[in-house]
Ligand binder design. Structure first.
Ligand SMILES: [Mn+2]
Length: 355
């Protein structure tokens, strides 16, 4: 498997490419043009600029996270045609620089949701935190403001332009259910299929985070049962998964090791993150270590190792430690520790295999 590290781009990330290069075993960056709105065609000169920056450090740009899906595509309204055409054009352009995997999500309105970005932990570190009761009782608008006010960075999925249209968008989703959302995803995947095949690009959908409905919005990438349905929706290799242990694992009913073993041949991108789930349904993001959270990260890595997994893997979020000033969840230190934890496990499994 190929180790990667998410990077938000020059001037948009506290982590430098020269630092990423120094993390042992790290071969590539996971990138995107974060300032572009969902639905825009990615300019070729900007794509080439990122390639040039990564090339300087010998890092690959094989994985893009994300090419965001325009809301009209998720809603299935007529306007989607132009945005699907744009998406196809972006796929063709990314194919030209050798991109292999596009991570995306199909969550209505809200991308990932947390109630606190810097929740204080007993050891003095801070981490992203989800308070279930708050999300069940707060208004969507207030949550949006609560979360975005706590970061100096514009966070992927929490762009201010989304807030402006929030009420209209929420109203539209009142008539859209789970089956509609699946149908809209199928339509999208079928339309982009030829471009994916021509460019040998795999689409890797990210699970909903958290994997249950919020604000009565439909959510479909939530469970083993729904993953099964979505892979059968368009039963072709280009329709695959980003298997995020932290997203699926923040619901206690998901057995992530079992899910990984079942859908291994359709997983093109592995997000490794541990979360600790509390009895009341709250959860916090922990270090990667199995003992620190509720997810069997060792079991997860064993499953990938056993299958001789050939695609991409990255530490997902990290805590904020050692007074690092960084994007919420995307500091250098704890994610680099995560990679070394994974390296240790994978090297050990390798040596046991050789004996
Ligand atoms: Mn993830």
């Amino acid at each position: 498997m190929k180790m990667t590290f998410r990077w938000y781009g020059k001037g948009n990330d506290s982590v430098k490419l020269s630092y990423i290069k120094q993390i042992p075993n790290t071969e590539g960056i996971v990138w995107a043009l974060h300032d572009l709105a969902a639905g825009e065609v990615w300019p070729m000169d900007r794509i080439l600029a990122v390639k040039k920056q990564a090339d300087e450090y010998g890092l690959n740009i094989d994985v893009v996270e994300s090419v965001n899906v325009h809301e009209s595509i998720k809603m299935g309204i007529d306007e989607r045609e132009v945005y699907i055409d744009n998406y196809i054009e972006t796929i063709n352009r990314l194919g030209k620089v050798g991109v292999k995997v596009i991570c995306y999500n199909f969550m209505p309105v809200f991308d990932w949701v947390r109630t606190e970005l810097f929740h204080e932990m007993p050891d003095g570190s801070t981490a992203l935190f989800f308070d279930k009761h708050t999300v069940e009782t707060i208004k969507a608008h207030d949550l949006f403001e609560l979360v975005s006010a706590n970061s100096n960075y514009t966070m992927a999925g929490w762009e201010p332009e989304r807030l402006k249209e929030l009420d209209v968008v929420l109203a539209t989703y009142k008539d859209i259910g789970v089956d509609d959302l699946f149908a809209n995803l199928k339509y999208f995947l079928e339309r982009i299929g030829p471009a994916c095949k021509a460019n040998d690009i795999k689409m890797a959908i990210h699970p909903d985070d958290p994997p249950f409905s919020i604000f009565n919005l439909p959510r479909i990438v939530t469970s083993k049962e729904n993953l099964d349905r979505l892979l059968k929706l368009v039963d072709e290799p280009y329709n695959g998964l980003t298997l995020c242990t932290g997203s699926l694992g923040s619901s206690a009913s998901n057995d992530v090791v079992d899910i990984i073993k079942t859908y291994m041949d359709r997983i093109y991108f592995a997000h490794i993150r541990n979360v600790k789930i509390y009895e009341n349904g709250d959860f916090v993001e922990t270090s990667h270590r199995t003992a620190d959270g509720s997810i069997d990260i060792l079991g997860v890595l064993k499953a990938y190792h056993e299958a001789d997994y050939q695609y991409y893997i990255r530490p997902d979020h990290g805590r904020h430690i050692w007074d690092e000033v960084c994007r919420p969840g995307y500091g250098l230190y704890d994610r680099a520790l995560g990679i070394m934890y994974m390296n240790g496990i994978l090297d050990t499994l390798d040596s046991l295999k050789k004996k």
